[in-house]
Design a binder for this molecule. Structure first.
Ligand code: AFP
Length: 333
């Protein structure tokens, strides 16, 4: 029954006692991200009424149009995180360079990367979108705003997760001890635990990819999707296709129901579209903690050594056996 399950805050505080060096910074960070999620959720739900649909007229570092909600949410998260005193640097999809906490704020032990609104083109049509976040421990000793604190491999993440703005608003996170999901009760303004230690289901015959791009795909991906579509009931084929066009929403469905998400590289852009540090790595951490996998076709996403804040990677994410299978199609590439 809603309200009886622990709130996100209570859950994190209870777990924090397991960490001897915990001084409350981490739970503060999670609370601030959750607060941003509640505010973005409210803004998204009222989008047509509060001038939150459409674009600002600017393009971001990726050359993509900046949606009004992208900009608003980015500024909100930067302000909220910057004021905590828990961060030494932030990295956002919407900002080219590392972001320092404001002058006067103390520098904290964490570097936080985020995509403020992933799938923002869905906002105008009242479809799902999400926020993705990744928390790394600082590696530099002094100062703020260092790129080095952001350019760490995904396997070193202290925490990662996402907020899904769908028919419900969900907060899903991991600190490397399982994946936990919370649902926002908007009447209480609280996220309540809905699933502890979430795992991928066993069965899997759904694929999620933008097949409209197939004309530019490389041979391994063409052959893989052709295989998925063949009729062979013994191997549960053909697979069903599902694609929302917002990574968080596509991934959340797969995490709960089964399957694989793919955004391959292609002939014009070998590195694909999705960004390693604030899209792929955090969801890869969540996926692995839920018993799944994430690769670029050949390499484990969490082992990629980042070289740039906005670098991209081909991406295969989901049920372990499905990610292994697509890897076999890629093994001779
Ligand atoms: P937007 O934020 O510009 O809508 O992009 C969303 C996204 O980064 C990711 O959430 C989707 O999985 C992917 O792009 C969809 O890309 P395509 O429109 O090329 O399928």
């Amino acid at each position: 029954m809603a309200g009886l399950q622990p709130t996100l805050n209570q859950f994190i505080r209870a777990r924090q006692q397991d960490y001897p060096d915990a001084i409350g910074d981490f739970s503060q960070l999670m609370n601030v991200i959750a607060l941003a999620g509640k505010l973005i959720s409210r803004e998204k739900n009222l989008a047509g009424l509060v001038d939150a649909t459409g674009y600002t007229g600017r393009t971001n570092i990726q050359g993509e149009q900046v949606a009004k909600l992208d900009e608003w949410s980015n500024d909100l998260i930067v302000d909220l995180l910057g004021e905590t005193g828990c961060v030494c640097v932030m990295g956002s999809e919407e900002v080219e360079e590392p972001i320092s906490p404001p002058e006067g704020a103390s520098a904290g032990r964490y570097a936080v990367l985020f995509d403020p609104v992933d799938g923002s083109s869905n906002i105008d049509v009242a479809a799902p979108a999400g926020t993705i976040f990744s928390v790394q421990r600082r590696v530099t000793k002094t100062g703020v705003g260092h790129l080095e604190d952001l350019l760490q491999p995904g396997r070193d993440q202290a925490a990662a997760g996402y907020i899904l703005y769908g028919s419900s608003t969900m907060f899903v996170y991991t600190t490397g001890n399982g994946v936990h999901a919370f649902t926002l009760d908007p009447t209480m303004g609280e996220f309540h635990l809905t699933t502890e230690d979430l795992k991928f289901p066993e069965k899997s015959n759904v694929y999620s990819t933008n097949e409209g791009n197939a004309g530019t795909w490389l041979e391994p991906d063409l052959k893989w999707v052709e295989w998925l579509k063949q009729n062979d009931p013994e191997t549960h084929r053909p697979y069903s296709a599902r694609y929302i066009g917002a990574l968080v929403a596509d991934f959340h469905r797969i995490l709960l129901k089964d399957g694989i998400f793919a955004y391959p590289g292609n002939t014009t852009r070998r590195e694909g579209k999705l960004r390693l540090l604030y899209e792929c790595s955090p969801l890869a951490f969540v996926a692995e903690q839920a018993g799944g996998q994430a690769t670029d076709g050949l390499r484990r996403i969490l082992d990629i050594e980042p070289t740039g804040l906005h670098q991209r990677t081909p991406y295969y994410l989901g049920n372990a056996s499905e990610v292994e299978r697509v890897g076999r199609f890629h093994s001779d590439r």
